[in-house]
Write a protein that binds this ligand. Structure first.
Ligand code: FES
Length: 178
């Protein structure tokens, strides 16, 4: 399976709405604990932890209603929240599988074999870049430099880095994931 001609569309296609998410009292308290780490007039500093540790965890990805909630909570414009959420590849703009495979596609990884690694992973999983396996176990994405250029080619799965990749290493790794 070739990955070359497949468009990689990472946009969130949810149309704008003013609906805001709701969270349990426990989750709201967790949010307040993060906000309390910053001065009262700097609560926007809690945006990244709240996006990652709360909204993405609770809702599976960064959705419109979660963004609306955070904008209200942190007294920000909705566009402020989207600007941050869409800048970092650690934020998912749509539902992903249990294991989100993010392969670095930037220069060092590219010249050290990223295309072969990407093709190997996609062939093995039977999906294209940007897709999720039917059993919802794996999603494959290409991302910009993950700051581990000296061990290219590399990829991130969840919070873990996997470096100096070869097809054999990839096979072992995928075999080990449930
Ligand atoms: S180019 Fe791949 S980690 Fe930097």
């Amino acid at each position: 399976m070739s990955t070359a001609a497949v468009p990689t569309d990472y946009t969130n296609r949810v149309l704008y709405s003013e609906e805001a998410a709701s969270f349990s009292p426990e989750v709201l308290a967790e949010m307040d604990a993060h906000i309390a780490k910053y001065p009262p007039d700097r609560k926007r500093s809690a945006l990244i932890p709240l996006l990652l540790l709360v909204v993405q965890r609770e809702r599976g990805y960064i959705d419109n209603a979660g963004v609306n909630f955070l904008a209200q909570k942190l007294e920000l414009e909705v566009t402020d929240v989207w600007e941050t959420a869409t800048f970092y590849s650690m934020f998912n703009m749509r539902p992903v599988g249990r294991h989100h495979i993010q392969i670095c596609k930037t220069l060092s990884c590219r010249v050290m074999g990223e295309p072969q690694i990407t093709e190997h992973i996609c062939n093995r999983l039977g999906i294209h870049v940007g897709e999720t396996t039917p059993d919802e176990r794996f999603t494959v994405s290409l991302v910009e430099c993950l700051g581990s250029c000296g061990t290219a080619p590399m990829m991130q799965i969840g919070f873990d880095y996997h470096e100096d990749l070869t097809p054999e290493k990839v096979d072992k790794l995928l075999d080990s994931l449930e």
